[in-house]
Write a protein that binds this ligand. Structure first.
Ligand SMILES: [Cu+2]
Length: 458
């Protein structure tokens, strides 16, 4: 298995399973390609098997396969991995074939699929194929439908893809630990009829949450609700790929939720319909326009829209504490607190003491604070007009005219036509007209600030 570690480049040539077949031989395990970067791979167009229009996985890739007597064979290796969450922070996670999440598996309705799963974790595992209608013994629930896959062993799953749609895979063994460590991936079954539900751009990602203390590398696996990193495909803003889209393209975004809470996913400048869930396609007449769709835990939604509005459009979870990163979100509320006179006294004790938050927290988006090694500030990232003040589950849909069909290169920031950007009022500001308080003789209320006592429950 020494060749297994070979590094695959992002060039399309590096991804053809076919080139790996002859070496592996028909009666042997298929090769298990490995990828060790978080860079978006170009779509993997099928060189064998039924044709389909491939998806693009945000900060990810699709797993090559080999055809073997009518079976499509994949090889997943469960193993410890290193994942860069964004520049400046790397996590020690568990995943598949070199990354967390694992590679996207793509096949076609009617395909007979054989998936080899090798366990290189320090404990046993299984894989459950979430949403797939399959024989009970292939469902991957350790102890219930199969023995667990022991350390060092390889198990084989065989089933037919009876229906198309958006699914996912994850362990059904020591779940709280294995999912808290990042074991998951997208599973796409394309329709056999290429004219069914065609789109021009088709994106996929899985949402995962981690609790990694600033300076640490490994998630706290016993954590139940108190996570501090909210990720799309184990990446946080500003590390999440932009969704580059040609104007008037029909766009699908397939989103799976393997965090332990719901996420209202919101797009700007467009509206969408939910075209597919992990239960199947939504009939056209049953879709309604939305700009936000709530994703329950353990659910998948594929949204579709026509990108008819050029620009850089925010695309994010609407829970504001899910668009921030690990460092600094346990500071007390200081709005309205007057620090004058206190700062010098504190600085005699703590020379690095900083006054923060007395006018709100926006300053933190621009502040160059000393950080411990390996963590990310609560809000970061910059745009053409300054700090974006986000983290976590936030990225940008870039709608541009004149892109080529499969061009996902970053086109840079949107150049707004003259006169289309919000601007400062240059005239005179009217005096603030405020009603005088009635003389009641009562004292003005005293503002009380209460420090937050933790952030459990999200
Ligand atoms: Cu969220």
């Amino acid at each position: 298995m020494t060749s297994r570690r070979q590094f695959l480049t992002t060039s399309a040539a590096g991804f053809f399973g076919a080139t790996l077949i002859s070496r592996a031989g028909a009666a042997s395990l298929p090769e298990a390609p490995i990828r060790e970067t978080a860079e978006m791979a170009p779509p993997l167009f099928p060189s064998t098997g039924r044709p389909y229009n491939p998806v693009v996985t945000l900060n990810g890739w699709s797993l090559p396969w080999r055809m073997n007597n009518g079976w499509k064979e994949f090889h997943l290796v469960a193993e410890p991995v290193r994942r860069q969450l964004a520049p400046g922070m790397t996590a020690h996670l568990w995943g598949y074939n070199g990354q967390s999440p694992g590679p996207t598996i793509e096949c076609v309705e009617g395909d007979k699929v054989r998936i080899f799963v090798t366990n290189k974790l320090p404990e046993h595992t299984t894989i459950h194929w979430h949403g797939i209608l399959l024989p009970n013994g292939m469902d991957g629930v350790g102890g219930l439908t199969q023995p667990h896959i022991p350390v060092g062993k390889t198990f084989v799953y065989e089933f037919e893809m009876k229906h198309s749609g958006t699914f996912m895979y994850h362990p059904h063994a020591d779940e709280m630990v294995q999912m808290a460590m990042g074991m998951m991936g997208s599973l796409i079954v394309h329709p056999r009829d290429a004219k069914f539900a065609p789109v021009d751009r088709d994106f996929a990602f899985v949402m995962a949450a981690y609790e990694i203390e600033p300076g640490a590398y490994t998630p706290k696996v016993a954590e139940m609700l108190n996570f501090n990193l909210w990720t799309w495909n184990s990446r946080v803003f500003p590390g999440i790929d932009h969704l580059v889209v040609r104007k008037d393209d029909r766009v699908r975004v397939r989103i799976a939720n393997l965090t332990m809470t719901n996420h209202p996913i919101h797009i700007h400048g467009h509206n969408f319909g939910v075209a597919c869930t992990d239960g199947g396609w939504v009939p056209k007449g049953a879709r309604w326009p939305e700009t936000t769709v709530d994703l329950p835990v353990g659910a998948i939604r594929a949204i579709e829209f026509v990108a008819d509005n050029p620009g850089d459009w925010a695309f994010h979870c609407h829970k504001s504490h899910h668009v921030m990163n690990a460092m600094g979100h346990d500071v007390p509320t200081m709005i309205g607190v007057d620090h004058r006179g206190v700062v010098e006294k504190v600085m005699r004790l703590i020379p690095d003491y900083m006054v923060m938050g007395e006018r709100g927290m926006a300053d933190m988006g621009e502040m160059e604070m000393p950080l411990p090694d390996n963590t990310l500030p609560m809000m970061s990232g910059s745009g053409p007009f300054g700090a974006i003040e986000m983290g976590g589950m936030f990225t940008v849909v870039k709608v541009r005219e004149g892109l080529a069909r499969n061009d996902y290169k970053d086109p840079g920031w949107y150049k707004h036509p003259a006169g289309t950007v919000a601007y400062e009022w240059q005239g005179e500001a009217p005096p603030a007209a405020r009603k005088q308080p009635a003389a009641t003789g009562r004292q003005a209320p005293i503002l009380q600030a209460r420090k937050p006592t933790g952030h459990a429950g999200h």
